[in-house]
Design a protein around this ligand. Structure first.
Ligand SMILES: Cc1cc2nc3c(=O)[nH]c(=O)nc-3n(C[C@H](O)[C@H](O)[C@H](O)COP(=O)(O)OP(=O)(O)OC[C@H]3O[C@@H](n4cnc5c(N)ncnc54)[C@H](O)[C@@H]3O)c2cc1C
Length: 113
């Protein structure tokens, strides 16, 4: 694409967060009748998914200790499960191996899940 000379919104970084921000922002602006997304540009010093997003293992795990993270992961899983076939989502569960000092925390996370 040709680089626009003027845009209203610039998002720096074309990893999963930058692209997700751009997409959700475009949806919100469109809903408010402000623009159709064409005024948002995502720029990257390298290319799309050049950073961590391009090398992530593809695992959606929900064994974080912070309750807010688990809530976020639950919402993510809802998205993945909404179209599991096309998104290639396979729910396989997980096995966690931890040192003894983490056992209580791991049990607490499991109970909260
Ligand atoms: C080996 C590995 C495995 C992982 N596995 C998983 C997993 O299985 N499941 C999971 O949920 N998470 C996983 N993660 C974590 C996950 O990949 C990251 O949390 C996520 O990709 C971060 O996305 P991001 O958009 O914030 O950053 P990035 O994907 O790193 O994107 C940042 C972008 O910004 C660009 N950029 C940086 N500086 C500038 C600048 N000055 N100007 C312009 N562009 C710039 C970079 O080129 C890059 O494209 C893994 C991470 C790694 C490293």
């Amino acid at each position: 694409m040709t680089f626009p000379e003027k845009v209203d919104y610039v998002i720096v970084g074309a990893g999963i967060h930058g692209l997700s921000t751009a997409w959700h922002f475009a949806v919100k602006l469109k809903a408010r009748g402000k623009c159709d997304g064409s005024k948002i540009v995502v720029i990257d010093k390298d290319s799309i998914a050049a950073g961590a997003s391009g090398i992530a293992c593809g695992v959606v795990r929900n064994n974080y200790y912070q309750p807010a993270m688990r809530e976020l992961m639950t919402l993510c899983v809802d998205v993945w499960e909404s179209d599991a076939k096309n998104l290639h989502y396979h729910n396989v569960g997980y096995m966690q191996i931890s040192p003894k000092c983490m056992e209580e925390d791991v049990a607490e996370i499991f109970a909260q899940q």
